[in-house]
Design a protein around this ligand. Structure first.
Ligand SMILES: Cc1cc2nc3c(=O)[nH]c(=O)nc-3n(C[C@H](O)[C@H](O)[C@H](O)COP(=O)(O)OP(=O)(O)OC[C@H]3O[C@@H](n4cnc5c(N)ncnc54)[C@H](O)[C@@H]3O)c2cc1C
Length: 468
């Protein structure tokens, strides 16, 4: 299995064929997946959890055998063994720069100003260290190189194609509001209708389907037509993913667009997760309603019947500042948890929900614990063992962003857990806004990267000739 992480907003979907093309996602990504680890592709097909204690995992001698308890995220030798000294130096400079508040706060403005004053090419040279630290490049070949290097330390590729545009509060927001205003039973019906339309337009390729079929959503005609217009591309995307055994992890966005994304993701799950979860949706723990959102969608999937598979990417959430400021501006209650600790509690509870789901229904449930938080990773790894789940089955995996948290990804993979790096791919100009936004949104993590910087320094010092 290979994972690709992707935004699903309608307006962006319209751009998909011109940006990368569904074919490239499916075929290109899958070829790279073979590079990344053919074994894992097999593993995903035969998703199994071991409920039988006599199989591979912790038995009577739990403490001694537990890989989770022995995880060590402080070992620079293990973490950076696949990095050249030059890469370590670059990593140190980049992670230090990301910790400078003024630079991060004004990164977007600085980049636009730089582009105007220096031109794209010259700016490109200046920001090359950032690009090379966090981005795999712009071609299948470059992705292949990154994939192979990650594979050398047992880490796999989660391709994140660049579609980084704020879609604003237009059509997506109106569909979100419509879907959100429905009761649970009506939402199930709406998902069923969208799934049926997806199959209909997917099989005959045209969108002449009458918009009145979307009546459970009570959309304006133009919104219904726009939604229907996006379905052939969605179908193609899902069908390619099934064909190539590529997981499509749909990104979560702002609270004003997430319900529409959920509707489409759930409809895709109904069509393509039969029952192996190929389409996964993302759930954000920084939301007060984070766990509720997850449980709600699990409820919808159960109500759909027919053993529909459900996959979840669990994140803390990347849009904290914007969510808070929007709530303040518009005078509605802040949807984000009051404190970091509250977010941690919601996140832990969501991980627990999904691990229990996987334990109960191994073939139709899957989760990626997408975090750079050491405690969260250790906790999830420990629970995975306690629930006697198979860490190699492919239904519980871990995810971190490329260029960060090597000290977590590498030892985690070495201890037998499945680890994916989310690797953005795109040209310098496509990717820079992403980098600047991520720097802002992930400020907490980037500060948390202090430990990684210390480890990088130690590894660099240990490579000096006199230290041998
Ligand atoms: C593979 C992968 C895929 C991702 N996909 C998505 C996605 O689709 N959508 C998305 O939104 N994000 C996504 N993210 C980003 C993610 O949501 C987090 O922003 C990022 O991972 C930081 O969280 P953490 O658990 O790694 O680190 P931590 O340092 O433990 O947590 C930092 C996070 O805690 C929360 N937080 C910080 N301060 C406060 C506070 N005062 N009150 C409440 N909460 C607070 C914020 O969410 C912040 O990002 C993804 C991350 C990864 C690794």
């Amino acid at each position: 299995m290979l994972v690709t992480s992707c935004r699903l907003a309608f307006s962006l979907l319209r751009r998909l064929p011109s940006l990368r093309g569904v074919g490239v996602y499916g075929v290109g990504v899958c070829n790279l997946g073979t590079v990344a680890g053919g074994k894992y592709q097999q593993a995903h097909v035969s998703v199994t959890a071991s409920a039988d204690p006599s199989t591979t995992h912790p038995g009577q001698d739990e403490v001694k055998k537990s890989a989770a308890l022995q995880l060590n995220f402080g070992n620079h030798k293990t973490a950076f063994k696949h990095k050249t000294t030059r890469e370590l130096l670059r990593g140190l400079v980049v992670l230090h720069s990301c910790a400078v508040d003024t630079l991060v706060n004004h990164s977007h403005k600085l980049l636009s100003l730089g582009e105007r004053l220096l031109g794209e090419r010259l700016l490109g040279y200046m920001v090359a260290p950032f690009y090379n630290q966090f981005v795999a490049g712009d071609s299948g070949q470059e992705l292949g190189v990154v994939s192979q290097r990650l594979a050398s330390v047992g880490v796999r590729l989660m391709v994140a194609p660049m579609l980084e545009t704020d879609v604003g509060e237009g059509h997506d927001a109106r569909v979100s509001t419509a879907y959100q205003s429905l009761s649970m039973a009506e939402r199930v019906e709406a998902v069923r209708v969208v799934a049926a339309l997806l199959v209909e337009v997917g099989s005959d390729g045209h969108t002449t389907t009458s918009s009145h079929l979307l009546h459970p959503l009570q959309l304006k005609e133009s919104d219904a037509l726009e939604l229907i217009d996006s379905l052939p591309r969605l179908y193609k995307l899902g069908a390619q993913c099934v064909l190539q055994d590529v997981v499509l992890a749909v990104d979560a966005e702002y609270t004003y667009t997430n319900p529409a994304i959920n509707l489409l993701s759930l409809a895709m799950m109904k069509v393509f997760n039969n029952p192996t979860p190929i389409i996964w949706n993302t759930y954000q723990g920084y939301l007060k309603a984070g766990r509720e959102n997850l449980e709600h969608d699990l409820g919808v999937v159960r109500a759909l019947g027919g053993n529909v598979g459900f996959g979840a990417k669990l994140v803390r959430g990347a849009y904290l500042e914007r969510e808070r400021s929007l709530a303040q501006e518009k005078g509605y209650p802040d949807p984000v948890n009051n404190t970091y600790e509250d977010t941690a509690a919601v996140y832990t509870s969501m991980v627990e929900v999904m691990l229990q789901e996987v334990a109960a229904e191994a073939e139709s449930r899957a989760v990626v614990v997408a975090t750079h938080n050491e405690a969260s990773v250790k906790h999830a790894a420990g629970r995975l063992e306690q629930l006697r789940l198979d860490p190699q089955a492919g239904n519980v995996v871990f995810g971190q962003v490329y260029g960060m948290a090597e000290n977590i990804s590498v030892p985690l993979a070495a201890s037998g857990f499945l680890v994916f790096k989310s690797v953005p791919s795109g040209s310098m100009s496509e990717v820079m806004p992403y980098l600047s936004r991520r720097a802002n949104e992930n400020r907490a993590v980037l500060r948390g990267a202090r430990r990684e910087r210390q480890l990088l320094t130690r590894e660099l010092l240990s490579r000096l000739p006199f230290s041998r």
